[in-house]
Design a protein around this ligand. Structure first.
Ligand code: MF3
Ligand code: CO
Ligand code: CO
Length: 257
């Protein structure tokens, strides 16, 4: 069942999105060589709290962290630990915040200090694929129009999209209907309507699409060991172009000045 958001819900989703984007911005700026992933996790937890939010991830199906931090061949849902970030790593940061009962969900992949040209292309293609998808997130289109745009853009650039994890509706809970795949799966796809809020989140592998789960039960890695990138925005479907709820240029931190 797809839950449409009324004006009040939309305002609350805007606020949650702004806080979530601000935290992701701060976490991305904090990342540098030599930090352990646990230090990044602790910083994220502090920032979420400083904004008056709660992590939407911590405790979700027993997930043990406040953000997902996935390095290089890790695709999504990486768990913080003793691993030290090194110059040249690419790190995917996914932040979900519950702010006054509504959730923002947003992710970005950044190089640690710098990275190889291939890794930079992977990052750029994944980010642009997200915007290709958002461009199709228009009332009257179907979800599959988003999926197709993302898949075509990624594959035209020689990379592959992950099949096992998908975008989703987002609202008072993190995962609502509909599912938003990053590929065309042939199933009947819902029509997009004004008032829907969805998280669009391409996960793009430099090599093949296959992934597997590590023994920790969470961390998803590429089967071929090549790097992966992940970008995500929560968006509101409107009568015109989708409104990006987790845009970083309207974040709380920038509004402060
Ligand atoms: N934020 C992820 C998503 O984009 C989900 C994280 S699940 C968790 O849908 F368990 F890791 F929190
Ligand atoms: Co997310
Ligand atoms: Co999501």
């Amino acid at each position: 069942m797809i839950i449409l958001k009324n004006e009040r819900d939309q305002a609350a989703m805007r606020a949650a999105g702004a806080v979530t984007a601000a935290v992701l911005d701060e976490v991305c700026a904090f990342v540098r060589p030599g930090l352990t992933t646990r230090e990044v996790e602790e910083f994220a937890a502090e920032q979420i709290q400083a904004h008056g939010g709660r992590s939407a991830f911590f405790g979700y199906r027993k997930y043990p962290c406040h953000l997902c931090i996935s390095v290089n061949e890790e695709v999504v849902h990486g768990i913080a630990g003793d691993r030290r970030l090194q110059f040249g790593d690419v790190v995917s940061l996914d932040v979900g915040v519950n702010f006054h009962g509504y959730i923002g969900d947003t992710a970005r992949t950044v190089p640690v200090g710098g990275c190889s040209p291939l890794a930079q292309k992977l990052i750029d293609v994944t980010e642009r694929a997200l915007y290709e998808g958002i461009a199709c997130a228009v009332q009257g289109n179907r979800v599959v129009d988003i999926s197709r745009a993302i898949q075509q853009y990624v594959e035209a650039n020689g990379f592959s999209v992950v099949r096992e994890f998908v975008g989703h509706g987002v609202g008072r809970t993190m995962h609502e209907d509909p599912q938003v795949p990053n590929f065309v799966d042939g199933t009947k796809s819902p029509v997009l309507r004004a008032g829907m809020t969805i998280a669009i989140e391409p996960m793009v592998n430099a090599g093949g699409p296959a992934v597997r789960m590590l023994d920790d039960g969470w961390t998803v890695v590429t089967q071929d060991g090549l790097p992966s990138a992940h970008f995500e925005h929560s968006v509101l479907i409107t009568g015109a172009q989708a409104e990006i709820l987790t845009r970083c240029d309207r974040t709380a931190s920038r509004l402060k000045v």
